[in-house]
Write a protein that binds this ligand. Structure first.
Ligand code: SF4
Ligand code: SF4
Length: 303
């Protein structure tokens, strides 16, 4: 089994369109949307959900007003300023303390130190994980609740589930639409992956993002390839990005030209390669390069 994670320095580089096309081109694959903060692969692959489950990334504290004596200890020790003296009265005191659920980081310290045992500390549901069927094969995806965090943990769960399905069904490729940026979710997206493809654009911020993301993949020792999307918008910068990529030990897997047909494909919920256009040829070449590298690795050949 080969796990390819497609990432970008920021959102909006065309990463998801490329993942959807790879899913359409691979004979058999499991596809996973690990960009849980802004999941949109489902818009193209139109999955039919066959399994859903709640995801809990941790616990959160809640004061039970009836038991609170308003001693103030919890407010004093909460390092996240999540506790305020504006809760309802309870017959013993005029006001009690209250925890802001958005500000609470779920450390549990307040519950541990409350002498009255007035603080409930219980797991919360942060989102949902789905296993679906699509026209390109099984898909694992997730939805994080509004203002919920712990997406790194959810990303790991999405990847683990996708790999388990691939193993069960004897599927060779696991394609992961990774989180953008360089934070916790992208680290969870790439840790332990076989290959990473960085999708970037020919802009100065694209060049800068490439440097930051490649530092990350180098740190984790992951075989990394680069693709410049909409390369013909700035040929000089594309060459500079590709030179930079090679200098940093990455392989340039291909270029995809700017093509208005890509937007038309998106409007019709199609992958680029499902819509006849010039960019589709570029994506086919890109996939064939990546697949060739994956096959070489399968046979123990390092490039
Ligand atoms: S520590 Fe417990 S009793 Fe004291 S204010 Fe906080 S919740 Fe109320
Ligand atoms: S669990 Fe931690 S962050 Fe949340 S209110 Fe209690 S002390 Fe503050």
């Amino acid at each position: 089994m080969k796990e390819l994670v497609i990432i970008s320095g920021k959102g909006g580089t065309g990463k998801t369109s490329i993942v959807a096309s790879f899913a359409a081109l691979a004979d058999k694959c499991v596809v996973a949307d690990a960009d849980v903060d802004a999941a949109d692969l489902h818009l193209v692959l139109e999955p039919t959900i066959v399994h859903r489950e709640d995801f809990s990334g941790g616990s959160r504290a809640r004061i039970m007003p009836q038991q609170c004596t308003a001693c103030g200890k919890c407010e004093e020790i909460c390092r996240f300023d999540a506790i305020t003296y504006d809760g309802p009265g309870n017959g013993k005191v005029d006001k009690t303390y209250r925890i802001d659920p958005i500000a609470c980081e779920g450390c549990g310290v307040c519950a541990y130190f409350c002498a009255e045992k007035a603080i409930e500390f219980a797991p919360v549901v942060n989102g949902q994980l789905f296993v679906s069927e699509t026209r390109c094969g099984p898909m694992v995806h997730a939805k994080l609740g509004i203002a919920e965090e712990n997406s790194g943990k959810l990303v790991s769960l999405v990847r683990t589930r996708a790999k388990a399905i691939a193993q069960e069904r004897g599927i060779d490729w696991v394609l992961i639409d990774g989180s953008p940026g360089i934070g916790c979710p992208v680290i969870s997206s790439i840790t332990g992956a076989d290959h990473v493809l960085i999708v970037t654009e020919p802009t100065l911020s694209g060049l800068h993002d490439l440097e930051r993301v490649s530092d990350l993949t180098r740190h984790f020792g992951i075989e990394t390839q680069v693709c410049v999307n909409k390369w013909d918008l700035n040929g000089d910068l594309t060459s500079e990005i590709e030179a930079q990529a090679r200098q940093r030990g990455m392989r340039v897997a291909g270029r995809v030209r700017y093509d208005q047909a890509v937007t038309k494909a998106q409007i019709h919920a199609q992958a680029i390669v499902e819509h006849e256009c010039e960019a589709a040829d570029d994506v086919r070449d890109l996939w064939s390069n990546i697949r060739a590298i994956g096959d070489k690795h399968k046979h123990g050949i390092r490039l």
